[in-house]
Unconditional design. Sequence first.
Length: 297
Amino acid sequence: MKNHRKNKNGIQKTTPVFLWISALFRPEIRAGLGKTLSAIFIKFFFYQFQTVLFPKTRPVVNIDHPLDENIPFDPSWVGLYNTFTVFWMKSAGWLLKTFGPEAASDVAAFTRDIALMYNTAGDVYGKCQSTTNRPAVFANFNFIIIHIFDPHLHCIPSLHVMVCAYTGFMTSEIIKKHADDPEKYRAELDWVHKNALEIIESVLLVKQHSVNCIPAGYFMMSMLFDNFRTAWASRYMDEMFQDDPKGISEVPIIVEYIKNLYTRFMNDYKINGDQTQVLLDFLKEYENGKKKIKKST
């Protein structure tokens, strides 16, 4: 399980409440947070519980992959997995606290981008949802909470991947924009990237996602943010599980699969020019492939 550093950096020391208090005095940030709350309620919660109550609302595809069997279930990582919302709020709040009014418009854009990611993922969820076989509800208390509030129907694209990759990427971009000497914030730069990567890795370790979900999240991020596609997507994929395999076997094969599927998504987009359709086509093809295998056995 992730070891928490004793010497906490500025982001770790910042409470997410700071961002919400700041929003009371900054209408642009308040508006961004309002849009995010609306997107979370509609695109994440409403769509899922709508399908739970009315199962024929939209198709649901199981996207488990054989490579997932190489990843052990480790419930000790669920605590970190659950911090992804606090993670982006702490990071945005720290940026505002550190760089002040000059960074306020960038932090407001940060909050709007979170809403954008939920809405973009929701374009897929609204037409086809996806799931995996996850462990029993009684693995630990945190899993009971997850099972209550998350029906587990929004796997592709992974919002954990999108939001955490964005937080690492954008926090670095804003530091570089506003800091006279970005190296002064090396502790924050290193931590925000490492924490983002470990939360992304945790989605596999707690079996909330499949290896298929990771490249789908990076793909959507690449469609939304040019700088992420050109400078960050490869970095995130190359560094997955490189410092610590976390008990996973065949790490090189898993990383190569993630990179190849990401490349496929990018190539498919060049053909049809519709990011949502790229993932919907993949889900349809994946479902049809599983049906063919069942018929032949």
